[in-house]
Design a protein around this ligand. Structure first.
Ligand SMILES: [Zn+2]
Ligand SMILES: [Zn+2]
Length: 415
């Protein structure tokens, strides 16, 4: 076996272990060797290393490895960003010299665009302003969304930035700044993903998924062409007359004939589903009108509701806004109609002062609480892709503002 075939083997093994590490916990794979391998990766091997390290060095290696891991994932530095650029460019360096001359002019043009776009979106996502809240931008970010009185209540100040937290904002612990509609801090772009750059982040995911899929499909076609120089009846989808042994011999030959194209094709065929999965997850969050950060807060609320500690009551419509803690007008088309609070003892709050009016009522299910940040998939998408899009033409009177579109979509969960 040549050196190049060994490279292909290593790539295949890494892809397989990545698959096991990410998906081995799926219920469908229970009682299979993949589930056992998954436990080995996450439980048995770490425990073994821990025990060995404790016996040999008193646990010093593990603790420094732990702080290294913490540094990589929770520090602000471009290590993972550089790794990602290297992965892209080394893959292209291995793949393109062999593949390029075999591509039709159409695929050369489309391929060039597919190769360039991830770099463009990576640059825009990594170096764009995610929506940093400063004294200068604060008023603007306060006017984007109303407080929902469920996960964002008016009057809360960031302890580090000493500014009132605008609705949907969060303090990024890595970058040490408050960011408007913070989704999460992403180590791949070494930046927060927030109101200002979430569209670039999504386009980065999409362009990476398309590049990996496109490269994979063209690569598989070339592997099959290589194999057909040995046996003209070879097809990628094994036909019944062909033995498995013969099929794998021809497939290996197809990969070895151009190992750059072959190994990168194997890598992208295994990794493209991961990128599509991540993109699908973000599309689902947009469908629910939520963010990674808010989806965790919704989960916390579900836990409170399961324990019977969550209570709600009406908010008056029209509602008088707090002049110091809320913007007098937002461009958002929906206003909150209820306030949700938790109590320590599971008894309804005995607080009768505003905000809110009427009796407190226990809430058991998330579906009984409206998410005012969900205004339907296409409008949620518009909100992400057209920053500062005005969903309402101009400031309206209090009376008009109180009117809420009636939209009930039962069965839509937001976890
Ligand atoms: Zn802050
Ligand atoms: Zn950050």
């Amino acid at each position: 076996m040549g050196l190049l075939a060994k490279v292909a083997g290593v790539v295949l093994a890494i892809s397989f272990m990545t698959f096991v590490a990410f998906f081995g916990r799926l219920p469908a794979l229970r009682h299979t060797p993949i589930a056992w391998l998954h436990r080995a990766i996450w439980v048995y091997i770490p425990n073994g290393v821990l025990a060995l390290d404790r016996a040999l060095t008193g646990g010093r290696i593990v603790s420094s490895a732990g702080s290294f891991g913490h540094y990589i994932w929770y520090g602000r530095h471009p290590t993972v960003l550089i790794f990602y650029i290297l992965l892209l460019s080394v893959g292209e360096f291995l793949y393109l010299p062999g593949a390029w001359p075999r591509l039709s002019p159409f695929h050369q043009a489309a391929g060039a665009i597919a190769v360039i776009l991830p770099y463009v979106f990576l640059y825009l996502a990594a170096f764009g302003d995610p929506g940093v809240i400063t004294p200068e931008t604060h008023a603007h970010y306060m006017s984007l969304y109303p407080y929902d009185f469920t996960i964002f209540h008016p009057g809360q100040e960031c302890r580090s930035c000493h500014l009132l937290k605008p609705p949907r904002s969060k303090h990024c612990a890595v970058c040490k700044r408050c960011v408007a509609r913070l989704d999460h801090h992403c180590v791949f772009i070494n930046n927060c993903v927030g109101y200002g750059n979430q569209h670039w982040f999504l386009l980065l995911l999409l362009s990476t998924a398309v590049l990996a899929t496109y490269g994979g499909v063209l690569g598989l076609r070339m592997i099959a062409e290589n194999a057909r120089t040995r046996s003209s009846v070879f097809t990628l989808w094994k036909h019944s007359k062909q033995s498995w042994h013969h099929y794998f011999v021809l497939l290996t030959f197809g990969i070895q004939a151009d190992v750059g194209v072959g190994s990168v094709t194997l890598l992208v065929v295994m990794t493209a589903p991961l990128v599509w999965g991540l993109l699908g997850y973000h599309a689902y969050l947009i469908y629910c009108g939520t963010t990674t950060n808010e989806s965790m807060k919704w989960q916390d609320w579900q836990a409170e509701m399961d324990d019977g500690f969550a209570f709600r009551r009406r908010l008056p419509i029209p509602r008088k806004r707090h002049p110091r803690f809320e913007a007098s007008w937002t461009r958002w088309p929906v206003e909150p109609a209820q306030i949700l609070v938790r109590t320590e003892d599971g008894q309804p709050p005995n607080d009768t002062s505003p905000p809110g009016e009427g009796a407190w009522e226990r809430v058991w299910h998330l579906r009984d609480i409206e998410n005012i940040y969900d205004i339907g998939f296409w409008d949620n998408l518009t909100d992400i892709f057209i920053p500062n899009y005005s969903f309402r033409a101009e400031p309206q009177s209090d009376l008009e503002r109180g009117k809420r579109p009636k939209r009930t979509r039962p069965g839509k969960s937001r976890s």
